[in-house]
Design a protein around this ligand. Structure first.
Ligand SMILES: NC(=O)c1ccc[n+]([C@@H]2O[C@H](COP(=O)([O-])OP(=O)(O)OC[C@H]3O[C@@H](n4cnc5c(N)ncnc54)[C@H](O)[C@@H]3O)[C@@H](O)[C@H]2O)c1
Length: 263
C-alpha cells in the first residue's frame, strides 16, 4: 500500500519521549519530514537525532504548546525550514496525579487541561490556516479510552481528553470542506516510559508480588490479554496520516486490545 507520506511534513507534539517519539520515528520511516516538539529540550534533540540516524529528516521545535504565541512562532519556524505542515499530531499530555477527584488540587487540574485541551486547540489554531490555504491536511490527536469509558483517579485528565474528542468531531465538520481530515487515536494502557514509571512506583508502594498481581488483573480487562506498545499507537497514526485513510474523518479510533468496544 502506498501511504503517500514521502516528503510530507509532520509536527508531532510531545515527541521528546514515549509514544510521541515512536510516532515521529514511524512517520519518518514512511518518508515524512518531522518537526519534533516538546518542552523537554534534551528529549527533542534525542528524538531528532534518532530520526536522522534512521535516515530521515527532522528539526527541533522545543516550544511550550500552552502558549499560543510560542505555538505560532513554532509553526512559522517549521514552515520556514520545512516548507509547510501537512500533518499535525497532537500527542503532548500531562497526567500529574492518580488521585480521586476531590483529593486533586485545582492548580494541577488547570495544568493538565491547559496542556491537553488548550495545547491541542493552540496547535490547531496555528496550523490549520496553512492547511486550508493548501487544501490539504491531516490532524490526529492522541486521546485515551479513559475519556471514552471513564476512569477513576483520572478525572481531570479524562475531562481534558474528552474535550479533545469533542473538538476533533466539531473541527472535522468545519474543515472537511478544505480537504482536511481530523481524527483521534484512543490508546488503552500502553507501555510507554510514563506507564513503566507508574508501574515502578506501584511496585515501590505495594511490593513486587502485589504489583504483578494487579498487572495480571489489568491484562484480564483486555480481550487480547496484552498491554499496548508505543508502536501499536504509531501504526494507527501513520495510517490516519496517510492517503489510505482519506475517507475517514471525525472518528475516534481505539487502539486498546479490546479493553472497551464502542459502537
Ligand atoms: N501510556 C499510556 O498508557 C497512555 C494511555 C492512553 C493515552 N495516552 C496518551 O498518549 C500520549 C503519549 O503518552 P506517553 O505515555 O508517551 O506520555 P509521556 O508523558 O511520556 O509523553 C508526553 C510528552 O508531552 C510533553 N509535554 C508536556 N507538556 C508539554 C507542553 N506544554 N508542550 C510540549 N510538550 C509537552 C512531555 O514533556 C512528554 O514528553 C499522551 O497524549 C497520553 O495522554 C497514553
Amino acid at each position: 500500500m502506498d501511504l503517500k507520506l514521502e516528503n510530507r511534513v509532520a509536527l508531532v507534539t510531545g515527541s521528546g519521549q514515549g509514544i510521541g517519539r515512536t510516532i515521529a520515528l514511524a512517520l519518518a520511516a514512511e518518508g515524512a519530514h518531522v518537526a519534533v516538539n516538546d518542552v523537554n529540550v534534551k528529549g527533542v534533540e534525542e528524538t531528532a537525532d534518532l530520526v536522522r540516524q534512521s535516515g530521515g529528516k527532522a528539526i527541533a521545535a522545543p516550544f511550550d504548546i500552552t502558549n499560543l504565541d510560542a505555538v505560532k512562532t513554532m509553526a512559522n519556524k517549521i514552515e520556514g525550514e520545512l516548507g509547510r505542515i501537512d500533518v499535525l499530531v497532537n500527542n503532548a499530555a500531562l497526567l500529574i496525579s492518580h488521585e480521586m477527584f476531590l483529593d486533586t488540587n485545582p492548580e494541577d487540574c488547570d495544568k493538565e487541561i491547559k496542556v491537553i485541551l488548550f495545547g491541542t486547540m493552540n496547535c490547531a489554531r496555528a496550523v490549520l490556516p496553512g492547511m486550508i490555504k493548501r487544501r490539504f491536511g491531516k490532524v490526529i490527536s492522541i486521546v485515551t479510552d479513559a475519556a471514552r469509558v471513564g476512569q477513576e483517579r483520572q478525572c481531570n485528565y479524562s475531562a481534558a481528553k474528552g474535550g479533545v474528542i469533542s473538538f476533533t468531531k466539531s473541527i472535522a465538520k468545519e474543515v472537511g470542506r478544505h480537504n482536511i481530515n481530523v481524527n483521534a487515536v484512543s490508546p488503552g494502557a500502553t507501555n510507554s516510559p510514563m506507564r513503566m514509571e507508574m508501574l515502578r512506583q506501584l511496585k515501590e508502594n505495594i511490593g513486587e508480588a502485589k504489583a504483578a498481581e494487579r498487572e495480571e488483573k489489568v491484562k484480564r480487562a483486555y480481550a487480547l490479554r496484552r498491554i499496548g506498545e508505543p508502536d501499536d499507537i504509531a501504526n494507527a497514526v501513520v495510517f490516519l496520516a496517510s492517503e489510505a485513510a482519506r475517507q475517514i474523518t471525525g472518528q475516534i479510533l481505539s487502539v486498546n486490545g479490546g479493553f472497551a468496544m464502542l459502537g
